[in-house]
Design a protein around this ligand. Structure first.
Ligand SMILES: NC(=O)c1ccc[n+]([C@@H]2O[C@H](COP(=O)([O-])OP(=O)(O)OC[C@H]3O[C@@H](n4cnc5c(N)ncnc54)[C@H](OP(=O)(O)O)[C@@H]3O)[C@@H](O)[C@H]2O)c1
Length: 332
């Protein structure tokens, strides 16, 4: 095996052009670590945020290799790691460094990829379905028969959220930016999807609920559309904030408004509350993905050399669902 590999590296935070394809040394796994031959990497917004220096909850040092959510096959392990891991197909979601032929992962954080799920689907399905599930069911306490409103309904979390809510017997209303995204989003089962770039979407959502409002809202977009969430909630409704892709966090809601309108505002941060491997949640999600009952919205695949262009497209909102970066591809 060669001592060098191709990798995308950057020496300072910056735009997509800060990422360069280079020949670098193949990394060696240290104590408690495993090395993966990388198969596919999901184009997660966290990679674009890390590249731009907008992440403060994970350590980043230079030269930096982005690439967080990925699949691969373990090809070496460091001290203290079970050698039975070698050869296994795994999901890695806790360490950057996957824009490269080989990545290093904390072995304890690796998840075995179910035999029925391919490596490409594997790098995407877990993050978006777990986020949607925990936002809807845990933070939002969605009940059968209720109505939910999903911002960014053409994004991967919105699409998985729509399928999860439909399988609970709920009515799903989506919001998306532009007619193509509206059409794309509808193909995953939402009852109605409205274009929030057009005037009138607030009234359209109200009309779709006969004026009652929705029971649960999941919002990863933030300002400016979040300003309408309170007015769109039905009595005892819950809005769950999971992020602010559009740029700014929503304004705080005052307590008298919560009392007067009988509503709740929640936040959801997946990592500390994520149901573990083998849990009912994990089994349900794997079964639905493996059987094809829930479609994982992988819309395009690019080579490692094209990752800068992909970041540009993500940031100009041209991607629907989730794009993936093919590194080794279907290596197992
Ligand atoms: N809390 C948690 O535990 C957790 C975990 C994972 C992800 N998240 C958050 O969940 C949200 C959605 O994640 P995702 O992976 O589905 O996101 P994504 O694929 O990057 O984007 C989802 C959608 O955001 C919209 N958007 C609005 N403003 C944008 C902008 N300036 N640049 C790019 N897209 C923009 C786009 O839809 P439109 O054009 O239709 O608006 C896009 O389809 C993000 O805020 C993310 O940080 C939270």
């Amino acid at each position: 095996m060669s001592n060098t590999m191709q990798a995308i590296q950057m020496d300072a935070f910056g735009g997509p052009e800060a990422m360069e394809l280079r020949d670098v040394e193949v990394p060696q796994p240290g104590k408690g670590e495993a090395r993966l031959k990388v198969a596919y990497v999901g184009m997660n917004p966290f990679d674009a945020m890390a590249r731009a220096g907008k992440i403060d909850f994970m350590p980043i040092s230079f030269p930096f290799l982005p690439g967080l959510e990925h699949t691969g096959v373990v090809d070496a392990v460091g001290e203290g790691v079970d050698t039975n891991l070698i050869g296994q197909r795994v999901i890695s979601r806790a360490n950057f460094g996957a824009y490269a032929e080989f990545s290093i992962a904390t072995a304890d954080m690796l998840l075995t990829l179910d035999d029925r799920i391919d490596l490409k689907t594997g790098c995407v399905y877990r993050g978006c379905s777990f986020t949607a599930w925990h936002a809807l069911h845990k933070a939002g306490r969605l009940q059968a028969g209720e109505t939910c409103l999903l911002h960014s309904a053409a994004g991967p979390i919105g699409i998985m959220g729509a399928q999860i809510a439909k399988s609970k017997g709920c009515t799903v209303i989506g919001l998306a930016g532009g007619p193509d995204k509206v059409e794309f989003s509808k193909t995953f089962g939402a009852d109605s999807v409205f274009d929030y770039t057009q005037d009138g979407w607030v009234d359209q959502v109200k009309a779709a609920t006969d004026g009652r409002g929705v029971d649960v809202i999941v919002d990863g977009n933030g300002k400016p559309n979040a300003a309408h969430n309170i007015g769109l909630l039905a009595p005892l409704g819950r809005v769950v904030y999971i992020g602010a892709t559009a740029g700014d966090m929503p304004d705080p809601v005052d307590i008298p408004t919560l009392i007067f309108k009988n509503i709740s505002v929640a936040g959801m941060n997946l990592a500390p509350i994520e149901d573990p491997p083998g849990s009912d949640t994990d089994r349900t999600i794997i079964e639905n993905v493996a059987s094809g009952a829930w479609q994982v919205p992988i819309t395009e695949e690019v080579a490692l050399a094209d990752v800068a262009a992909l970041h540009h497209r993500l940031e100009s909102r041209q991607i629907m669902g989730r794009a993936v970066i093919r590194v080794g591809g279907d290596i197992a």
